[in-house]
Design a protein around this ligand. Structure first.
Ligand code: ADQ
Length: 492
């Protein structure tokens, strides 16, 4: 078993996988509910692993006691990395969210290339490496997650610490024409090369990474070994691969078929018996293509009057980065569009858009998945997108349709049976909505059956094993993924 190859698993991410809330003078620590925690927790608790990250609290608060209580209860240690306001400002809000997030999603015009952000990013990455030095041993496996922490392995090596470090990027990696705009492109690439294994969500991101290296490293050489790319660049020797992340199929499927969720779903179904519900579920973010989605719905109602009164978009938006001016502007734009479209089309007994701006308990979210006739998942760019996977897994009646952006990493796995769209083209999305509305029951079923088959086989546990096997045996598990632009139709 690959898990016998290391002592403890040490997961390193920007945030700890818990939410801390102060109640009077006591802290309440609630576990995070993501698939990553579910998949990693058993490996972490096996040998008393560690999860390291910012606890989300102010630096003057001492949360060690409550975190230790949580650790004892859950069988793995939460190790807090304490960040000051200045650290958060420069490293998190600044470099991570105003430089790397837009750049890696291809929105380079939104980047704010401030030197002070970069300096803070380096400092915080070095602090994380310092914490690794304090609490880990050479036999541990250090698995660093996401764009906030690309320099950690390099800092670990600079401290002359022998550690086996892997990295997984949850968001896309762009091609050279975008990435090379970054003033610190060499430093970021050498940071990534310092890991023993670098994992991406898709083949495209992996290829983009290799192309950027070809531009910037004059002696770069690589070979393909099975599903991995072995890279040599100066003194750096590393492996890279594509590992599409997923969700815990059984956990979602079980919740979806629970009595509690069935009762909630039945209530929702009663509300709109005459209409097909189109579901949208997204964090508030400009990468998710929300204004374009509303415009597409408007286009569908204009072009196809037969749909009026028969479809409603139920859009859930989870609040995110609300302290950032741009995100507040986006929220205003969304609310303006919802009001405008509802004003334009609403008739007695029918509203085209139902809009909810809040986070929901998982059971409620699942009953929304189940009560919907189609999901409209149209990000302009997305590393993977778990919402579309959650929708399909919960749809065990196999009567839903997935309309999916070709720019979501998930399209590389679900392209055969989702209706793929270019989210920038409102006419195309409008037409896809109409097609999904009229699609025959048997076609709905076949498509959804196929989608769920893929998701059952390649779930979060497959992802975890595949990454660890690549890290320790130099071989990832085979997971079919298409290069989406090779699959899409060619110019005549
Ligand atoms: P995110 O950008 O956060 O993740 P996504 O993969 O879609 O995007 O995950 C969103 C999560 O939030 C889902 O699990 C969903 O259930 C939850 N959620 C959404 N709306 C909700 C609501 N109203 N109430 C409660 N929960 C809600 C980043 C990358 C993605 C990549 C993931 C995992 O940007 O591309 O898929 O990491 O690698």
């Amino acid at each position: 078993m690959v898990q016998d190859e290391f002592n403890r698993l040490v997961v390193v991410s920007n945030r700890l996988p818990v939410a801390l809330k102060k109640k009077n003078d006591d802290w309440e620590v609630k576990p995070g509910s993501g698939g990553l925690v579910t998949a990693l927790a058993p490996v972490l608790s096996r040998n008393g692993g560690i999860w390291m990250g910012w606890p989300g609290t102010a630096e003057e608060e001492d949360v060690t006691g409550p975190l230790n209580d949580f650790s004892r209860e859950h069988g793995y240690w939460l190790h807090p990395v304490i960040l000051s306001r200045e650290d958060l400002h420069g490293y998190y809000y600044g470099f991570s969210n105003e430089v790397l997030w837009p750049l890696l999603h291809g929105f380079h015009n939104r980047c704010n290339f401030k030197l002070e952000y970069w300096e803070r990013y380096q400092k915080v990455n070095s602090m994380f490496a310092g914490e690794i030095a304090k609490v880990t041993e050479p036999e541990d496996y250090i698995w660093v997650h996401d764009y906030h922490l690309m320099l950690v392995a390099k800092e670990v090596a600079r401290n002359k610490l022998q550690r086996n470090c892997g990295f997984f990027l949850h968001i896309p990696f762009p091609g050279p024409e975008i990435f090379l705009k970054l003033p610190w492109r060499r430093e970021i690439l050498s940071g990534l090369l310092s890991y023993d294994l670098v994992g991406f969500q898709t083949i495209e991101s992996l290829n983009n990474f290799v192309s950027c290296l070809e531009y910037l490293c004059f002696d770069m050489d690589y070979s393909i070994d099975g599903t991995l790319v072995k890279i040599k660049c100066g003194d750096y020797n590393t492996k890279a691969g594509n590992f599409p992340i997923s969700i815990d199929f059984d956990e979602f499927a079980d919740k979806a078929s629970s009595q509690e969720v069935s009762q909630r779903t039945a209530k929702l179904n009663l509300l709109h018996p005459e209409q097909q519900i189109i579901l949208g579920v997204d964090r508030l973010d400009y990468t998710k293509g929300l204004p374009q989605r509303f415009e597409s719905l408007r286009q569908a109602l204009l072009n196809y009057p037969d749909l009026r009164g028969k479809i409603s978009l139920l859009q859930l938006v989870v609040p995110s980065r609300e302290e950032v001016h741009e995100y507040r502007l986006l929220k205003e734009e969304i609310e303006r569009l919802v009001g405008e479209i509802n004003g334009q089309f609403t008739e007695p007994g029918w509203i085209p858009i139902h809009y909810l701006y809040r986070s929901l308990p998982r059971e409620d979210l699942i009953s929304f998945y189940m009560a919907s006739d189609m999901a409209l998942v149209t990000p302009l760019c997305d590393g993977m997108n778990l919402v579309c996977k959650e929708y399909c897994v919960c749809n065990y009646h196999e009567n839903g349709v997935l309309i999916l952006s070709e720019f979501a990493g998930a399209a590389s796995q679900l392209y055969n049976d989702a209706i793929l769209v270019n989210p920038n083209c409102v006419y195309e999305v409008a037409e896809a909505i109409r097609r999904a509305f009229y699609i025959h029951k048997s076609e709905r079923q076949t498509r959804m059956q196929n989608l769920r088959k893929v998701l059952k086989e390649y779930d979060i546990h497959f992802w975890l094993d595949s990454f660890l096997q690549a890290a320790f045996y130099g071989k990832a598990k085979e997971c079919p993924q298409a290069e989406i632009y090779r699959y899409l139709s060619k110019i005549d």
